[in-house]
Design a protein around this ligand. Sequence first.
Ligand SMILES: [Zn+2]
Length: 265
Amino acid sequence: MPTINRIMLNAGHYSNYYNQGANTAYYESAMAWKLQGFLKTELERYGFEVDTTRTDINTNPAPYDRGYSAGDYDLYISLHSNAIDNSPSTRRVVVIHSYDNFNNSSVLGTKLCKNISRGMDIPGEYQLYSLKSEYGNYEAYLELRGARAAGCPLYYILEHGFHTNYGVSTWLLSDEHLQKLARIEAYTIGQYAGRKHKKGDINGNGMVDQSDVNEIMIMTENLLYGEPDDQRMTADMTFDGYVDYSDQAMAQNIVNGTYIFPYNV
Ligand SMILES: [Zn+2]
């Protein structure tokens, strides 16, 4: 498993009006740009160094060049939503990784597709996918081909469901939902890279126990006094950005053995 310190993010496409969804207010390019901003913030909270392939939503580098810009980075993540394959009822999350499972890319790829589908309220509707060029031993997807050629060890395209589905495109229109997705994706990458404790494990002993529940309870009562960021992130089990009773209840249910936290895949 490659060490991950530096991450290059790519918001797919350009401008605010590219690839309209089934909900006609939705555009893939606008969603990807917003999600990129949220994800950069969340990844930086895990201590990663994060850059983006472009700083202006209206610029449109070629896909190969976007990937190629990840040469000095440990991970390339490209943000998209998908278009129709067979039916407007298709919703699933698709994560595209290297065609030859380079550096065991399927490991993080599988975690990402499971957690993104759960975060989008379509748990289990996911697919880990890859495609080799029909012309030789290289990636069919130009972004991924560029990242590989530049020497980036891990690279993915995240397709956040099919925007040709009305429910998916409507779900993705919410900033609150995109922020939650960013927190989930950052947590998934952070756990893979060995950053910070598992959700709920405030005391860092490797499990959620009664002392963690008690700590979370104190945090919910002392919000104004600002616990350290690390602790608040660990306590926010519902990924909503707050430490509140729902987090405490979830941790208590884990201690009681009535709930298994689903994001530690
Ligand atoms: Zn796209």
